[in-house]
Write a protein that binds this ligand. Structure first.
Ligand SMILES: Nc1ncnc2c1ncn2[C@@H]1O[C@H](COP(=O)(O)OP(=O)(O)O)[C@@H](O)[C@H]1O
Ligand SMILES: O=P(O)(O)OC[C@H]1O[C@](O)(COP(=O)(O)O)[C@@H](O)[C@@H]1O
Length: 348
């Protein structure tokens, strides 16, 4: 394995879904590397660029003023070809041809699986940097992009609430997260949503149209005419928010509107939190390469820098906060509160 003295050149890719803050992470890698006299090259379009040898040299002048922009200056992509053994071997040959000592991949769990795949064919140091809006990686408090995505969802939900409240409407707002409920629960709490449909809760006790209708009617009974904003995580309802809105409208006989936030959540100015996280993790990744570490993800745990073996990042499940779930589903659930009051009245 490489040691501090032998690190001359590092390659970096952004892979999988782009996330706000990826540019800040690239910048941090380049500036930290330059500090140690290490050259950096960026392969474009993730692993695909490593296969096609599509690369660019990255120096201070390329990255100085990019941290306020989302997207990624070296582009991101998904590559099916890389997943094969031939793909892995070809990528390794290209990295050797460039005399790369360390490889930094900024992406999500799929990209880290790709890093493990590469390690079968390539001997250099491989470090993962968690970049995904989904926040679904074990070994780091937050992933790069998550905070910005929640801000974006919150902004949209606040706007939806204005119309919902003015017209006493039900809205179903679909947020991203693939199969994780982090964006869902955080944006729901930040906006005082009446109901959330999260993958983590659906697994134990899937919600039905009947249960949702009952809840909406319960909220109307408690509050009178009022808005009702539901946060639905993607992939949690057949047909998504559009279908669910139709099903509810059929039963309730008043307007239920769907709203899909989609890729809006992947763009926009990264929040300060994401820029700072990305900067810390980019620098940390370079330091890990210099220390001769490989096969780990650079993370921040309890606000301290950490490193976690790559397979653990996707094999161990990061848990949603039970405290947040309880506040949303029990303490602040208007219908549960009504029942609680009724029980208290009976007891006196
Ligand atoms: N099991 C795997 N083996 C090899 N490469 C993989 C594997 N899973 C994902 N990859 C590579 O990582 C890329 C990004 O993965 P993907 O799941 O799409 O995004 P993310 O990293 O955001 O989770 C894939 O297109 C593929 O090139
Ligand atoms: O970019 P695509 O192919 O539309 O994929 C959408 C998916 O990407 C994400 O935005 C980010 O996920 P990844 O970081 O794992 O790619 C998910 O929330 C969403 O399910």
């Amino acid at each position: 394995m490489s040691s501090t003295d032998t690190i001359n050149r590092i390659a970096v890719i952004t892979s999988g879904g782009d996330a706000p803050g990826m540019n800040a992470a690239i910048r941090a890698v380049v500036l930290a590397a330059e500090n140690y006299g290490i050259e950096v090259i960026g392969f474009r379009h993730g692993y695909e660029g490593v296969l096609t040898n599509d690369f660019t040299k990255l120096g201070r002048e390329n990255v100085e003023h990019i941290l306020q922009y989302s997207g990624t200056i070296i582009k991101s992509a998904r590559s099916e070809r890389f997943k094969t053994d031939d793909g892995g071997r070809e990528a390794a040959e290209n990295l050797d041809a460039h005399q790369i000592d360390g490889f930094i991949v900024i992406g999500g769990d799929g990209s880290f699986r790709g890093a493990e795949h590469l390690a079968k064919f390539w001997q250099g140091a491989i470090i993962g940097v968690p970049g995904t809006i989904d926040n679904d990686l074990f070994g780091t408090d937050n992933t790069i992009g998550y905070d910005t995505a929640v801000e974006t969802a919150m902004d949209a939900l606040d706007k939806i609430r204005d119309t919902a409240e003015a017209m006493d409407r039900v809205f179903i707002v679909e947020v991203m997260g693939r199969n994780a409920g982090y964006i869902g629960i955080s944006s729901a709490m930040a906006c005082g949503s009446e109901r959330m449909i999260l993958p983590e809760l659906q697994k134990d006790k899937p919600l039905t149209v009947d249960a949702l209708v009952k809840h909406i009617e319960g909220v109307h009974r408690v509050r009178g005419d009022s808005s009702y904003v539901m946060v639905l995580c993607e992939n949690q309802w057949p047909g998504g928010a559009v279908r669910l809105a139709e099903q509810l409208e059929d039963r309730l006989n008043f307007p239920c509107r769907p709203c899909l936030l989609g890729h809006v959540q992947r763009g926009g100015r990264p929040t300060a939190m994401d820029r700072i996280l990305a900067t810390r993790l980019g620098v940390h990744a370079v330091e890990l390469v210099r220390q001769g570490k490989t096969g780990v993800m650079a993370g921040v745990s309890n606000n301290d820098l950490s490193s976690t073996p790559l397979p653990e990042t996707w094999m161990q499940r990061k848990q949603l906060s039970q405290e947040l779930i309880d506040i949303q589903t029990k303490l602040f659930n208007p219908v549960k509160k009504e029942r609680h009051k009724a029980v208290q009245k009976e007891q006196h």
